[in-house]
Design a protein around this ligand. Structure first.
Ligand SMILES: [Zn+2]
Length: 246
């Protein structure tokens, strides 16, 4: 159980709803300063209180005091701070290879101070066609104009590779190294689709304990923390061929 520290100014900006939500989100937060997982106590840092977007970060007590501040330049793309987990198809699930995206540290905004906090990427993903999911057995809607492109890179350990996910405007939603085991790639490329979940989870990109990872994903779905969509998945050769045919 992580207990949170909020200075009076932070409490005023967040209001009762935001404070309650910050307490919940702190249970699975990484430190915004040193990026390591927070256990025990978390300080709440709020940025952007003067504008439309209030963002909430968590820090270790030793890393940064609870404050309303400008922690860093607001990124144009919160996806810069994203990490991605790959999972083989869920047992008893919809049979697709799975990707789970989450922000390194939760970011929320509220239209006005003390309003309900909204995940910073959720409005964009809902506009794109992602839907909230309550379980991981149901197939989410297919977004035909998104694409996930896994690429194996010589020299990286077996199973390692780069993954790029583009949205319907060919904007990069995610790009970076992701462990994609042979079973994941085979399942995703043969069917030409994978499911992409987004939301705060406690999944660990380095873990190979898939039963635990599945359980954490299911917990997040049942808590209403996840948005999901099916996304076409193809390797670079097929992407080039598809682009040539357009
Ligand atoms: Zn820290």
């Amino acid at each position: 159980m992580v207990t949170v520290q909020m200075n009076p100014e932070v409490q005023r900006v967040l209001g009762p709803e935001g404070m309650a939500q910050a307490r919940r989100e702190a249970q699975r937060a990484d430190c915004a300063t040193c990026t390591k997982r927070i256990t025990g106590r978390a300080n709440v840092v709020v940025t952007g209180a003067g504008g439309m977007q209030v963002r909430v970060y968590f820090t270790h007590p030793g890393c940064m005091a609870s404050s309303v501040t400008e922690l860093r330049e607001p990124s144009d793309s919160p996806a810069d701070d994203m990490r991605m987990v790959s999972l083989p198809p869920l047992p008893g699930g919809h049979g697709r290879a799975v990707l789970v995206a989450q922000l390194e540290s939760p970011q929320y905004f509220a239209d006005t101070p003390a309003a309900e906090l909204t995940d910073v990427l959720a409005p964009y993903l809902l506009r794109q066609g992602f839907e909230p999911v309550g379980d991981t057995a149901t197939e989410p809607p297919l977004l035909e104009r998104w694409v996930a492109v896994p690429a194996q890179v010589p020299g990286i350990e077996t199973g390692g590779g780069l993954l790029t996910v583009l949205d319907d405007q060919a904007e990069v939603f995610f790009t970076g190294p992701v462990f994609t085991p042979a079973r994941w790639r085979r399942t995703a490329l043969e069917s030409g689709q994978c499911t992409l979940y987004y939301g705060p989870t406690e999944l660990d990109p380095a873990s190979r304990d898939f039963p635990t990872q599945y359980r954490l994903l299911e917990d997040a779905a049942q808590d209403g923390r996840l948005l999901a969509a099916r996304v076409p998945c193809m390797d670079r050769a097929r992407l080039r061929a598809a682009a040539a045919n357009e």
